[in-house]
Design a protein around this ligand. Structure first.
Ligand code: ADP
Ligand code: MG
Length: 323
């Protein structure tokens, strides 16, 4: 029912950035290679996600907005091995229940696309439309029918910076896909999608930052790390420009944070943090994913090995740099 969708929406959707996260993950799941994210008024008034992925069959568009509607794998084993946490079939239903949503979508084979509009989860109209293969989801007036939740949102500066940080990290996690982020009619960044991490970092954070980065890679047993990290004269007051991607997915890990701190321990001023993007490839069976939908926290079965691999990768190159 619409009521239960509204309640469920609190779990999946608590701010514009979480709407964007769900919609961009859907675009990635649909094998899109180019994804455009446009927001106005920090996403409170308008969010648009356009992709060139598979599109949705005309007969499936309404079903996609039903709770627990998913066309994706739901096996627990699959979840832990692919590290895919997004398959639970409630994002579209939850988002639609607290906003006004437009969906424009077309599959490769379909002669025409479908344009569907829902208000508060209720279908307002559905008609054919000419459009390219792929999907556009527009979310207008988020929380218009849940004023209590709308009031809970932070100011535009704060919500925007959450969005920019989120989309930056998603783009870093997927250097093989092109991302374009537009905020109030101005382009924040465009990545090329040519599967080059260094170019992706440059597109997002600028040439100045990129040219002061060190890069290194190292393997031990079946563990592989590729690191992009700052020289010691370039640091930040927080950890916003630190990110860890395990098998292609952004995660949080205390072990990794400790490794970064340890590697830089004698080199940085107090309360300063290096910029550091770490790409880890680990056998999936050596990762323990906590399967709570909102969790990105994971456990490594061999924390010692992870830690020593990361510390040595960073430290060897930092010391080299000092000479
Ligand atoms: P889930 O992603 O967990 O399956 P969602 O509510 O996010 O659930 O989406 C429901 C369904 O709608 C998906 O399983 C998928 O079939 C379809 N869908 C949503 N977004 C897209 C998209 N951008 N491209 C293609 N299909 C999509
Ligand atoms: Mg989804």
């Amino acid at each position: 029912s619409f009521t239960s969708n509204k309640i469920a929406a609190g779990e999946v959707v608590d701010r514009p950035a979480s709407v964007i996260k769900e919609l961009v993950e859907n675009a990635i799941d649909a094998l899109a290679t180019m994804i455009v994210i446009e927001v106005r008024d920090a996403g409170k008034e308008y969010i648009r996600i356009s992709d060139n992925g598979s599109g949705i069959y005309s007969s499936d568009v309404e079903i996609a907005f039903e709770r627990h509607a998913t066309s994706k794998i739901t096996q627990i084993e699959d979840l832990s091995s692919t590290l895919s946490l997004g398959f639970r079939g409630e994002a579209l239903a939850s988002i639609a229940s607290v906003s006004q949503v437009e969906l424009i979508t077309k599959t490769e084979e379909a002669p025409a696309g479908i344009h569907l509009e829902l208000h508060g989860g209720k279908v307002i109209f559905k008609k054919e439309i000419g459009c390219p293969t792929g999907t556009t989801v527009i979310v207008k007036n988020l929380f218009y029918n849940t004023p209590a939740r709308f009031k809970f949102l932070r100011n535009n500066t704060s919500e925007s910076s959450h969005i920019i940080d989120l989309v930056s990290k998603i783009a870093l996690a997927h250097p093989d896909k092109g991302f374009k982020l537009i905020n109030n009619n101005s382009i924040v960044f465009v990545t090329s999608g040519t599967n080059n991490i260094f170019h992706t970092i440059t597109s997002i954070y600028g040439k100045e930052l990129a040219k002061n980065m060190l890069t290194a890679h190292k393997a031990e047993n079946n563990y592989f790390v590729e690191a992009y990290f700052s020289k010691t004269d370039m640091y930040r007051g927080n950890r916003q420009q630190q990110a860890v991607f395990v098998n292609g997915r952004l995660i949080k890990s205390k072990v990794v944070t400790e490794a970064i701190d340890e590697a830089y321990r004698t080199l940085l001023p107090i309360n300063k943090f290096p910029i550091c993007f770490l790409y880890l490839k680990i056998p999936p069976e050596e990762i323990d994913v906590n399967i709570h939908p909102a969790k990105t926290e994971i456990k490594f079965s061999n924390e010692k090995l992870i830690k020593s691999l990361l510390i040595s990768t960073l430290k060897e190159n930092l010391l080299q740099e000092k000479l």
